[in-house]
Design a binder for this molecule. Sequence first.
Ligand SMILES: [Zn+2]
Length: 452
Amino acid sequence: MYDILLKDGLVVDPGNKICSRLNVGINGSRIACITAKAIEGKKVYDCQGLVVTPGFVDVHAHEDLLNEEGALQPVITRRLLRMGVTTFIGGQCGVGPRDEEEYSRQYDRQGQPVNCALLTGHGELRELVGATDKYAGVSDEQLRKMGQELKKRLVAGSHGLSFGIRYIPGIDMREMLALGRIVRSFGGILAAHVREDCEPSIAAMEEFIEVGRQTGARLQVSHIGSMSGYGQMEQVLALLDGAAAEGPDILIDCYPYDAFSTYIGATTYDGDFLSRYGGDIRKIEMTDGEFKGPIPSMEVFQKIREEHPDYLTIGHVMLPEEVEMALLHPRVVLGSDGILLKGAGHPRAAGAFARFLRLYVREKKALSLYDAIAKMTWTGASRFGLRKGCLSPGWDADIAVFDLAQVRDKATFAEPDLLAEGFRYVLIGGQLAVEDDEIVNPYLGRFIKKVY
Ligand SMILES: [Zn+2]
């Protein structure tokens, strides 16, 4: 007799190469068995006609921030949970909590909607040593201190380091290699939002690959759709494949939309960005404020940029076929990359995982369900050494149960906060977090420290 029986669902578990109708038994917080035999459970969830998979692991998300009182408001994590995500990797693009210890304490105070693992944000290390000029390099003394702090954070449980090279153009090879070698010595992950998008993204990828070659660190290339989805995708994927065949392990993440999102004050909009993005400023949209909607002119753009650099924009500028090419590539996995400002922003925060299933598996049939689930669970999760993303006995019972015919993303650019549908159950640690598209327990997620 198991505590919980998930009865007769289509179990899709690429980590164990399983795709068939089976029963899943859970004891306490762990998977106990997967079997074709009839088994009994104290609680039985009928999964007939439903798909049973490991809870989705979002390898690229941005964590909710602590508010002024130092508390966590679960905004992004609620959206993630409602589309089947049970664990995310935050601290991406060089941006993470200033104080990771304090963040982990707050996270575990009462629990959050999903589990959180963090990379250390390179930008935070820079801030800490007073290297506040993003266009300048750091001194030897600053770099030494950053290295010390990074080591401290890795010892305390950080899963690696993320660079936002794009946002701190002053970073050079020396800085990346020094920090990358520390990450390598622990066996962590080194992630990067690379230096450039569009045509120059090719050279930018080469730069990051070189960091991997020289340090030996395992790499994660961030949201490749928004970096190279303008006609460079085929070449960049081939470049990354070639590099991975010879040297560093490379994971690539991508969100399933052909529009990016970033702050209007970000370096993305330095210089003549408009010619890179096709020359039409109306393709850039404000998510909030007086000018919510497409930006009417460059004048208005510059005015908002000066007055409200922290406002969020959306750029409808990538080529859909290039984003699709990335998503179908075996090395590319799903990441939502949601950033929100007062609840407004890009629909990917609430829709990415459901959209991927709806659009690419059910509607376009571009991917098999099995291959899609691999990109949402094991392929990414296995890189981080979590006991998640796979339904092996003894592993954490984080599970998503959904109706493939009903799964859909409701979030749109006009209404980004509409939550996904089609999820019958989501379990975290063997307990029910979602039932029939309603969150029934938003406190099951825990902070996951890396033990090297
Ligand atoms: Zn980024």
